[in-house]
Design a protein. Sequence first.
Length: 382
Amino acid sequence: MRTVIGFIIKFNSLFKNLKIIRYRYINTLNLSLKACEQHGLKAENNRDFSPKLKGVSVGLSSGTSQQRGVFLVSPCEQALWAGYMIAKNITFSFRKKRVALFLRSNSNLYESASGLLIRFRFFDLTKPFDQLIEELEEYNPHILIAPAHVLGVIAQHRADIKPEKMISVAEVLEETVKEQVEARFSCRLGEIYQATEGYIASTCSHGNLHINEDILIVEKEWVDKDDGRFVPIITDLNRHTLPIIRYRLNDILVEETAPCSCGSQFTHLKRIEGREDDMLWLPDSNSAKLTGIFPDLIRRAMYICQTQVSDYRIEQNGKTITIAYDSDDTKQAEKDIATTLAELFSRLNVDKLDIKFSLGIDHDMMKKQRRIACYKKPNCLD
Ligand SMILES: [Zn+2]
């Protein structure tokens, strides 16, 4: 038995897909991946997330990786999650708090957290956005939870609401979006970092992110120890329907070594950098190797770009980088972006690749927004 567990533990941290390949053997209800996926897809299509499979809730992750994440949560795990989430994010009050959730798909998970003192309402992003804004204004939530870019759009719509707290979920929260949303609603914007695999980190009362090390064991696979970048390997202490044991996430986090003023001893994070496949890969100028460019460096370069680029997406496909953008001054914007990136690449000692520009961005609310993504690395021997 020890050998078998050792095998699973060792390989689970190495191969993320093992869970997919051996799904039936890894979940404790002997459910097949196919049955779970069909159940999850049916709920998505019918927009009815209440039916359960063998007594457990099935959810599909909204990730953009080729493998769809399927998570299983029992009523007991659901109650634990709800209690933990509320304790971490909502201060106790005898006044009933209204919580608005803007998500791509609902699940029993969220609505199970409703009770005497808290009401959750799910805002379905498949509906027209103007209608959602109207409903949101009528609901006037105390707490607003939404993906980062949806919060940005709500702020741009100048929705007439007065939230006490806002929380960004499911996407990288960029500093520019954070500032814009906080300024619009005069309210601090926190973060919940939750993956299909678990509730990993949340913002403390002093506005800093901490890993939830009271429910998780997190090992660090260092990407760059000097600047604190690591990939987390997580073990969730509360999950038993679909145990998460030494599970390697596809994200890069950045550790802050200075203690947080809130006094928490849990790992303090500077930020969530993004997914590993958000890194661009360019040929090293001095060797036949590829160098990975962290998305944060690209974001900062775009931030200081001379021309006002209101939004952008950067995608790498082999030797081509495509940049879609929104700007009033297209000619100048393209020139400035090219110059800014050329300066960055030269500083990092990497060769330039072909850059193609396209005006206009697909703002589909149902798509998980990734500002920077690498779909295919170049072959540097070409
Ligand atoms: Zn703190």
